[in-house]
Design a protein around this ligand. Structure first.
Ligand SMILES: NC(=O)c1ccc[n+]([C@@H]2O[C@H](COP(=O)([O-])OP(=O)(O)OC[C@H]3O[C@@H](n4cnc5c(N)ncnc54)[C@H](OP(=O)(O)O)[C@@H]3O)[C@@H](O)[C@H]2O)c1
Length: 371
């Protein structure tokens, strides 16, 4: 199968529109309030989806929802006649700690019993070292460990989906920037902050691709893929560097120059995600675990990202982090780690915490739930 279009030539209105009066389709997008996530939410909404904008800041998220609605309204005349808008909801989710992620999961599950599409979009880039409540660096926590935990908790809803459920991870070309660590918690605090931050970013984005591939093997009925969205320098991803005194000036000139030559708009940056989320051309049979570059090109990621042993190693490492912090019981971990990826979904195990209402860490004696 040949897929792939340049972002400049791609029209998101070529993707199927859902009629919400006929079929309810529900998506959750992390960081759906800003940058690429904003436009992904906008297009899902105009395509008839019910979208949960999962964000850490209620004010920013509710402002974004208002803007999405008015933007959608202003585009109505350009949309095909079959387009019927979906719905937009805010749900609070802070990925900077596992306890906060769990709280976000509980809040979402208290409101919703259906999920057809999960987009792990939220992320941070090249931040200086910041140790979270879970004693992890903020980048591996926000970009990989919390989204991994979120995804495990939402698998039962995705599995219940009456039509092909999908999980999308926003990875990056930056996944190539890695020294292939066994320990993804490695801080690299011995080299300049930006380089150190980029290595931690690269590792987290490598883990995103590996997680999509690991999920594809374990849960073949769910389409799990990773994307590079393109180079989109107008999002807030580099705002830490842009806002620094003096350095910010140099950083902004550098980033804007890169943008001038190879950058695409924030909206175009949402197209690859939208394509893998909505296109009928992307299938579990052909594409599960694939990595896509814009728009819709199936692309070979780095050798490390594709190596089955490394994929298993990253999976095991991540599961161990959750066990060590009391967010998975050893029994749940054993089921997740022990069952080798198979052609059936028999290894489907989720943290029992997903069904608990408390925001505290689940006890290690909590029993696994098999779905
Ligand atoms: N832009 C690019 O060129 C590019 C290239 C490759 C990959 N990506 C990936 O694309 C994704 C989206 O990035 P973007 O460029 O759109 O950047 P962005 O404008 O900075 O958006 C990032 C989103 O993540 C959210 N977020 C950050 N920390 C969070 C936390 N602890 N809990 C919950 N949400 C959190 C942000 O929330 P706030 O608004 O509250 O800060 C924001 O909504 C990222 O995963 C990034 O790695 C981007």
């Amino acid at each position: 199968m040949t897929l792939g279009t340049l972002p400049q030539d791609f029209n998101p209105n070529s993707l199927p529109f859902n009629d919400p009066a006929q079929t309810r389709k529900v998506a959750l997008i992390t960081g759906g309030n800003s940058g690429l996530g904003f436009f992904t939410s906008l297009h899902l909404y105009t395509h008839g989806w019910e979208v949960y904008v999962a964000a850490r800041n209620p004010t920013k998220a509710n402002d974004a929802i208002k803007k999405i609605k008015s933007e959608a309204e202003s585009r109505k005349s350009d949309l095909p006649a079959i387009a019927v808008f979906g719905e937009l909801h805010f749900t609070q989710l802070d990925l900077s700690s596992l306890a906060k992620t769990k709280k976000g999961v509980d809040e979402f599950l208290s409101k919703e019993s259906q999920l057809n599409l999960l987009i792990n979009n939220a992320g941070v880039m090249a931040l200086p070292i910041e140790i979270t409540d879970d004693q992890l660096d903020i980048q591996i926590q926000t970009n990989h460990i919390s989204p991994f935990y979120l995804t495990l908790n939402l698998l039962p809803l995705l599995k219940k989906s009456e039509f092909g459920p999908r999980i999308v991870f926003l990875s990056s070309l930056g996944h190539q920037i890695t020294d292939n660590p066994k320990d993804f918690g490695k801080l690299y605090n011995y080299i300049p902050t930006f380089i150190s931050g980029m290595l931690r970013y690269g590792n987290s984005k490598l883990a995103n691709i590996q997680t999509a591939k690991a999920l594809a093997l374990r849960y073949p009925s769910i389409l799990s893929v990773a994307v590079h969205p393109g180079v989109c320098c107008q999002t807030n991803l580099l705002s830490y560097w842009r806002n620094l005194p003096y350095i910010g000036y140099v950083a902004s000139i550098t980033v804007d120059t890169i943008n001038h030559y190879i950058g695409i708009s924030n909206e175009q940056g949402s197209y690859n995600t939208l394509f893998v989320a909505l296109s009928p051309e992307v299938t579990t049979q052909e594409n599960n675990g694939d990595y896509f570059t814009p728009v819709g090109f199936v692309t070979q990621p780095s050798a490390i990202a594709s190596d089955p042993e490394k994929i298993q190693q990253t999976w095991d490492w991540t599961v161990t982090q959750l066990v060590d912090r009391g967010f998975l019981s050893p029994e749940e971990a054993q089921k997740l780690n022990g069952s080798k990826p198979s052609s059936s979904d028999s290894a489907d195990t989720i943290p029992s915490s997903a069904t608990e209402s408390s925001a505290s860490a689940p006890s290690s004696s909590s029993s696994a739930t098999t779905v």
